[in-house]
Design a protein around this ligand. Structure first.
Ligand code: GLP
Length: 250
């Protein structure tokens, strides 16, 4: 795992955006695996700025998002489809039909999971998968559990995740209790994985991801088995790992 240490959130966002942009320069029709949450917002802003400056086009890019809350319409302001439209897609030249987010309103959620996994065949391997990190080490909405779940699946969110994500909803009771998430299989097939982490509340998860045992109780620990992972994190998120002696490049 290559670890890039950044001073703060702004530097992390720039560094991570440069890696994603480089992938698009190298392969204009790249398949990007995209993530939501507050951490990638800054890097999406950087990508929009590059597009507005006329140096980055998404005209041929295809995207596949990690997850969606079950029960939220795409127009709900806390749905991940809405997040992607407002934080990225509406500001770049991507074709709407080239963007994929699970359908949180699918009448048959299991069939929706199957449809999502079949995208792997249609789109081909993901060139670069962007991941944020839950405080409990979750990736996408793959929560801690007894096993790593490979396919796209419906997941019951843990109290830790409901609590962490309540800040975006009117009250904790409004946070959906379930989500549809890409499984570990789809995530791990990506050619390259880019993890972003910021802030001291991610320090334990970052430490466990890098230094802990590969254990489904810390889903991100599976990334130790991927041959091409880059973590871009700020000093606060890296604090515990650095204390433990992990070497980073600046
Ligand atoms: C949600 C998303 C994850 C994201 C996590 C962390 O649970 N499903 O993909 O990584 O939140 O979000 P944040 O970046 O806001 O800390």
């Amino acid at each position: 795992m290559r670890i890039i240490a950044c001073k703060d959130y702004a530097e992390m966002s720039c560094a991570a955006a440069n890696i994603l942009a480089a992938q698009i320069y190298l392969k204009p029709q790249a398949v990007l695996g995209l993530a939501t949450g507050s951490t990638p917002v800054g890097l999406y802003k950087e990508l929009i700025a590059k597009h507005e400056a006329g140096v980055l086009s998404f005209a041929q890019v295809r995207t596949v998002n990690l997850d969606e809350y079950k029960g939220l319409a795409p127009t709900h302001d806390q749905s991940y489809r809405y997040f992607m439209q407002h934080n990225l897609f509406d500001h770049i030249d991507i074709r709407p039909e080239n963007t994929n987010v699970p359908d949180g309103l699918a009448a048959d959620a299991e069939a929706e999971c199957g449809r999502y996994d079949a995208l792997r065949e249609t789109l081909g391997r993901t060139d670069i998968q962007l991941l944020g990190l839950g405080r409990n080490g979750h990736i996408g909405f793959n929560e801690p559990g007894p096993v790593f779940v490979k396919p796209t699946h419906v997941v019951d969110l843990t109290p830790s995740t409901i609590d962490a994500n309540a800040r975006f909803f009117a009250s904790q009771a409004d946070v959906p209790r379930q989500a549809i998430t890409m499984g570990i299989g789809y995530i791990m097939q990506a050619r390259q994985i880019l993890v972003v982490a910021s802030g001291s509340d991610k320090a334990e998860a970052v430490y466990q991801m890098i230094c802990g045992a590969v254990d489904p109780q810390v889903p991100a620990s599976i990334l130790q088995l991927h041959p091409n992972v880059t973590l871009v994190a700020d000093e606060a998120a890296l604090s515990k790992a650095v204390e433990a002696g992990v070497s980073v490049c600046g």
